[in-house]
Design a protein around this ligand. Structure first.
Ligand code: PRP
Length: 212
């Protein structure tokens, strides 16, 4: 295993391993796969928010004035279509007031290069803490294009949340975006000749939406 870049975080524990076992199993039917992805997203978002900046505020409890900490800026969740939608509901369960932006990309099956087909992001993206959601980080092409677009739109603080990441993709995006944080529940060693993560979990979009 090559050295893991500093800005890559493996979110590991009994619960993430258990959810991953369900997601990886080829026998898992679509409704259970969808549910496990939602639950994994909840855990991952909780972990990824640990590094969010906070600020002091003063509030009154029913008894006294006290100093508290709150997340210092609004949050924008950016699911990468389609598969990222499978993590959105779980993320919104923890961050219900988050704004949601969308990045529509698919990988051209012949070239494995991302093709952009829909982008809808809030204006003034610089004001937000941005969390990118995509179950799979394979070659890194889709994420690299997403991060390029987000930067172009002014995003500054960005973290990315994945179920499974592959070493080549992690190496690429962590080199290109050293100031972005990447979280995954698994770091798989390689890609096959079709640029699918091995062992991975198959095509997350197809398994989420039953288009197998
Ligand atoms: C998958 C996945 C990522 C991308 C990862 O999407 O959800 O977006 O591929 O591959 P990469 O790191 O090599 O770019 P896919 O193109 O299958 O589209 P879908 O989500 O619409 O199924």
């Amino acid at each position: 295993m090559p050295e893991v870049p500093e800005n890559f975080h493996l979110v590991d524990g009994p619960l993430t391993r258990h959810k991953l076992a369900i997601l990886r199993d080829e026998r898992t039917p679509t409704p259970i796969f969808r549910q496990a992805m939602r639950e994994l997203a909840l855990i991952m978002v909780a972990e990824a928010t640990r590094e969010m900046p906070t600020r002091k505020a003063t509030i009154r409890t029913p008894l006294a004035e006290t100093e508290v900490q709150e997340i210092s800026a609004p949050v924008c969740l950016v699911p990468v279509l389609r598969a990222g939608i499978g993590m959105l509901d779980g993320a919104l369960a923890l961050l219900p007031t988050a704004t949601v932006g969308f990045m529509g990309l698919f990988r051209d099956e012949a070239t494995a290069k991302p093709v952009e087909y829909y982008v809808n992001l809030p204006r003034d993206l610089a004001e937000y803490l941005v969390l990118v959601l995509d179950p799979m980080l394979a070659t890194g092409g889709s994420l690299s294009a997403t991060l390029g677009k987000l930067r172009e739109e002014g995003a500054r603080w960005i973290s990315c949340i994945h179920a499974v990441a592959a070493v080549p993709g992690v190496e690429r995006v962590s080199r290109e975006y050293p100031d972005v944080r990447f979280y995954a529940a698994a770091l798989d060693p390689e890609l096959n000749e079709d640029a699918f993560i091995v062992p991975g979990l198959g095509d997350a979009g197809d398994r989420l939406y039953g288009t197998l």
